[in-house]
Design a protein around this ligand. Structure first.
Ligand SMILES: Cc1cc2nc3c(=O)[nH]c(=O)nc-3n(C[C@H](O)[C@H](O)[C@H](O)COP(=O)(O)OP(=O)(O)OC[C@H]3O[C@@H](n4cnc5c(N)ncnc54)[C@H](O)[C@@H]3O)c2cc1C
Length: 457
């Protein structure tokens, strides 16, 4: 299940921001794919013999790999229109999915071109590979690029990904930018579509300038401007329980961010040992003009670091990101399904939803292994006491008698669950189990807005 938006509209608080549906994005990507295939058709007067078929299949797979690479790049550019419409989870999954296709297409391109050239020249595959490396401009560079893509793909396979630290995986990913630069030169030097057509070269350059421009603008320039303007600093660090702290950040004027409860930021605490790693944390209270709050559980080195940050520490932040916002609920009844520390964005959402006009009913089911794992409970109880929502705390290990995600128990707890917009947040296993349970209770995917507290590939 994914976060999704169906129609184009403007977002409250962010005038004029563009909303895109998953279908519109898919259509746009397919249209670009059709233009790419069109460029191959226009530059292929005829295909003759086995060598010709193999070589042309190789050209086509190379072109499509190049096109999908640009699309995958845009998906991870953190462009607000995409992020707020489709959600970071959805984009990360599709980026990983496209990445796998790109590597398969590149492998097919390599094999087909070598084989096709070998058949046409009546030589062996090994000697043709040598000829391509020594006589064709930029083929050696393209081979290095392919090796880099392969390396990143190997480390992104789920089993390998779990064995390496997030940071290792992330920094390894940066090699794709080098690979991209190396392969771009190759396509212009050797691609028949580009050698003979200035128009195609301009179109391809525009595609890559736009894709790289999105990355540079949204991932680098925008955060620099934002941090310079807002000058965010840690105001206080408050201990919530043995493993959890709330970090309060103050700055110049956070209203320019148009942040919404349910969204998250990437934070980097600018200390000697903290500046080099960044982590995503959700707003755990409604954002205010000079106040943002994040509630952070110590799970590893990065999150443990938050408890040691001192007031006055400069914070480098980018965002807001994420599509789980109150507008998804419309005027409908809501279920907030929180697993452990996943309560943070739902706590902020509860605050916003409890002030909705008309006040359709909001229920929060908060699941944790034991009472010590509950965070922000007094605040949630205060919201419930004011009549803003109903709160039900369910303690116990997964699968026990109190687990609301077993079978169709959700329906017994909340007979009208199928009439609700449901917001789910927590560790990946909890979110997956919750989405399965909601499907069993016959909720359509479009009614479920989920966010996992980890990047999954
Ligand atoms: C959208 C989103 C919102 C989140 N909001 C909160 C929150 O409000 N409060 C909270 O306590 N936690 C939140 N998390 C989880 C938090 O980001 C991770 O617990 C933290 O990054 C772990 O880093 P670590 O070095 O302490 O642990 P590690 O032991 O390095 O990692 C633990 C897990 O977190 C993942 N992870 C590590 N670093 C990152 C990163 N930079 N980006 C994404 N995933 C990472 C790892 O892949 C692993 O699955 C959120 C995660 C996401 C994706």
């Amino acid at each position: 299940m994914t976060t999704r938006t169906v129609a184009s509209a403007t977002r409250p608080g962010s005038p004029g921001s563009l909303r895109l549906s998953a279908r519109a994005v898919a259509l746009l990507v397919a249209a670009g794919g059709a233009v790419t295939v069109g460029a191959w058709v226009m530059n292929t007067p005829g295909v003759y013999g086995l060598g010709g078929w193999l070589t042309n299949a190789g050209r086509l797979t190379g072109l499509l790999a190049g096109y999908l690479l640009a699309v995958a790049l845009v998906m991870m550019s953190r462009m607000p229109a995409l992020d707020r419409s489709l959600g970071s989870d959805w984009l990360a999954r599709w980026h990983a999915f496209l990445g796998r296709y790109v590597v398969c297409l590149l492998a097919a391109h390599t094999v087909l071109i070598i084989w096709g050239y070998a058949v046409t020249a009546h030589t062996g595959v090994v000697s043709e590979t040598g000829t391509l490396w020594s006589s064709y401009p930029d083929v050696l560079m393209a081979t290095v690029a392919f090796g880099l893509f392969l390396l990143v793909a190997v480390f992104s396979v789920r089993r390998a990904r779990r064995r390496v630290a997030y940071e290792t995986w992330f920094y390894l990913h940066l090699y794709t930018y080098l690979a991209l630069a190396l392969s771009f030169a190759h396509s212009f030097a050797n691609g028949a579509e580009f050698v003979s057509s200035t128009f195609n070269r301009l179109l391809w350059s525009a595609l890559y300038i736009a894709a790289v421009g999105c990355v540079v603008w949204w991932r680098f320039v925008t955060p620099v401007l934002l941090n310079w303007r807002l000058s965010p600093r840690v105001h206080a660090v408050r201990r919530e329980n043995a493993h959890v702290v709330s970090v309060i950040v103050r700055g110049n004027d956070f209203t320019v961010l148009h942040a919404q409860p349910g969204q998250y930021f990437r934070l980097r605490f600018m200390t000697r040992d903290g500046w080099w790693h960044t982590h995503p944390y959700s707003l755990s209270a409604e954002p205010r003009r000079d106040y943002l709050r994040f509630t952070i559980k110590a799970l590893g080195d990065g999150s443990r670091f938050a408890a040691r940050v001192r007031p006055g520490t400069r914070v480098w932040m980018s965002g807001p990101y994420g599509a789980i916002t109150a507008e998804k609920a419309g005027g409908r009844k809501v279920l907030l399904l929180a697993g452990g520390i996943g309560v943070t964005p739902l706590r902020a959402l509860a605050e916003r939803l409890s002030r909705r006009s008309g006040r359709a009913e909001v229920t929060m089911l908060y699941r944790a292994n034991n009472a010590a794992d509950l965070v922000l409970r007094p605040e949630l109880e205060a919201l419930a006491a004011k009549g803003g929502m109903r709160l039900s705390v369910l303690l116990g290990p997964p699968g026990d008698q109190s687990d609301p995600l077993v079978g169709t128990r959700l329906r017994s707890l909340l007979p009208d669950v199928a009439d609700r917009e449901v917001f789910v947040c927590g560790p990946p296993a909890f979110v997956t189990a919750a989405c399965d349970a909601l499907r069993r209770c016959r909720l359509p995917d479009a009614q479920v807005h989920a966010e996992k507290f980890a990047v999954e590939v």
